[in-house]
Design a protein around this ligand. Structure first.
Ligand code: NCD
Ligand code: ZN
Length: 486
């Protein structure tokens, strides 16, 4: 037998249903064998992974790498360095850059910046009133999926009208393409914020008061209605509230094609932390009262929430620590800290490593149509592996983050469980905790891997016929006067 590039021996391979002691053989970018040590082919390079767990590289459905337009906050280079140092091998980048990713030109600019990526990537293009007329063009230009900012957030992109959202879903449903939705009701939150600003409130909790859970409940309800009507695939970003979970549970039972992410901050932080951290913790939707934390965990366990994403949303320390809460930019970095934070909870027995792999790799890979090549350690898959040391403990330190945004609500938090090496398509991008700088630019788009399952559109046939063309045989409505009934 031909000798392969690399054999990793002695590790525990983690899948969604089992953990097995197995060796992994890698040739080029792919895994060519997973199995007993004795049946491994000979290799140019051998590596021991005794005491380590081998997890499929994490797939983060929600990052803001800010490039083009806000390079002082993050770039593809710094953001993707943060990703791979956190065991994340694939990211999906958000369109609220400058220019927003809503035209072919803007998309081309983003893909150019992404050539410096350490991680593989997908691109969520913008779905709003300005883009709904050329969605297919954006897909042809390399977008993997769409994002609708139904709730106002950083970048101040106008939310899509319900009309544009419905039309977008009608067009995307037959293609099977999924749309991420930032689900908050913009009208409620804008009015509340104004009332509070006029009253002179500038404290941190005013941010939460401006965006009560009802904003999320209403927006999720509306989005699910349109998704169910059209059969479009949707993905609820950063689910934050216990009160809106019932809508997802019911929609899934009815077969609505919805996937949902939550983030470590909604599971592990609450308003108590906001009192301490103020603007550092300001993000949208807000981190809520402690009563929301456990129901979100339960929903992950139950499968109502499918996955962990990070909403990695970097801003500079200056932009996060201004006196008025309204002046602090919303969001904070997270792609690098997600895995240690979640592994710590696994060590605390709140979930198993298999659960974690389901949430961090399997389910996101399925949602974006890349499962099989990504999201799993198996023959034929990309060799994307996070080598995890569950015994290693440490303290998260914002100054050590790869992200340009060296400010984090996780600063000073003790964790146990770290990714120690990250392999992307057969190549180490992080080794012994250090970024492999020569690997810059190794990341590439996952677009060509994407195969969405057969779509089941509903009520979308009306779009192409009745809206823009008068159906054959239908008379114009201006009836000749002799036809008017008397
Ligand atoms: C995000 C950002 O900064 O781009 N901010 C945030 O508070 N989450 C935008 C977003 O995802 O809503
Ligand atoms: Zn958002």
């Amino acid at each position: 037998m031909k000798s392969v590039d690399l054999v990793i021996r002695g590790g525990q391979v983690v899948g969604p249903d089992r953990i097995v002691a197995a060796s992994v053989a890698i040739e080029g970018e792919h895994i060519v064998a997973v199995g007993h040590d004795d049946v491994m082919p000979s290799a140019k390079q051998e590596m021991r992974a005794d005491g380590l767990y081998l997890l499929p590289g994490a797939i983060d459905s929600h990052v803001h790498f800010r490039d083009p337009g806000y390079a002082h906050k993050e770039t593809w280079e710094s953001g993707s360095a943060a990703a791979v140092c956190g065991g994340v091998t694939t990211v999906f980048d958000m369109p609220n850059t400058n220019p927003p990713t809503g035209t072919r030109e803007a998309l081309a600019l983003k893909l150019k910046s992404a050539q410096r990526s350490y991680a593989d990537f997908g691109i969520h293009a913008l779905l709003d009133d300005s883009t709904v007329g050329h969605l297919e063009d954006l897909l042809a230009g390399g977008a993997t999926s769409f994002k609708a900012f139904v709730g106002n957030t950083f970048g101040n992109l106008p939310p899509p009208t319900d009309g544009a959202l419905l039309e977008g879903f009608e067009k995307l449903a037959p293609l099977g393409i999924r749309t991420v939705v930032h689900a908050e009701n913009s009208s409620i939150l804008a009015r509340r914020q104004k009332v509070m600003e006029d009253a002179g409130r500038i404290d941190a909790l005013a941010h939460l008061a401006a965006r009560p859970a009802v904003c999320e409940i209403e927006a999720i309800g509306r989005v699910l209605t349109l998704a169910e009507w059209t059969g479009a695939r949707v993905h609820i970003a950063h689910h934050s509230a216990a009160d809106s979970l019932y809508l997802i549970r019911d929609a899934k039972r009815r077969g609505v094609e919805v996937t949902v992410e939550t983030c470590p901050q909604y599971l592990l932080l609450n308003t108590e932390d906001m009192l301490r951290l103020g603007g550092i913790m300001r993000l949208n939707p807000p981190i809520r009262e402690a009563r929301h934390n456990q129901p979100l965990w339960d929903a992950l366990m139950e499968g109502v929430i499918d996955m962990i994403a990070t909403d990695h949303a970097p801003h500079t320390p200056e932009e996060k620590t201004r006196e008025s809460i309204w002046a602090c930019d919303c969001g904070f970095p997270g792609v690098e800290t997600q895995m240690p934070l979640m592994l710590t909870e696994v060590n605390r027995k709140r979930a198993t490593l298999m659960d974690y792999v389901r949430w961090s790799a399997v389910n996101p890979a399925r949602a974006w149509g890349i499962y099989g090549t990504k999201g799993v350690i198996a023959t034929g898959a990309h060799a994307d592996i996070a080598f995890v040391d569950m015994a290693r403990s440490g303290t998260l330190a914002q100054g050590r983050l790869q992200s340009i945004s060296k400010i984090s609500p996780w600063h000073g938090r003790t964790v146990q469980g770290y990714p120690v090496h990250t392999l992307l398509r057969g190549r180490f991008v992080m080794r012994d905790g250090e970024l492999v700088t020569e690997a810059m630019g190794w990341g590439r788009s996952v677009k060509s891997l994407q195969t969405m399952p057969t779509p089941r559109p509903r009520n979308t046939e009306l779009y192409s016929s009745a809206i823009t063309t008068t159906p054959p045989g239908v008379r114009p409505n201006a009836l000749p006067s002799e036809d008017v009934p008397r």
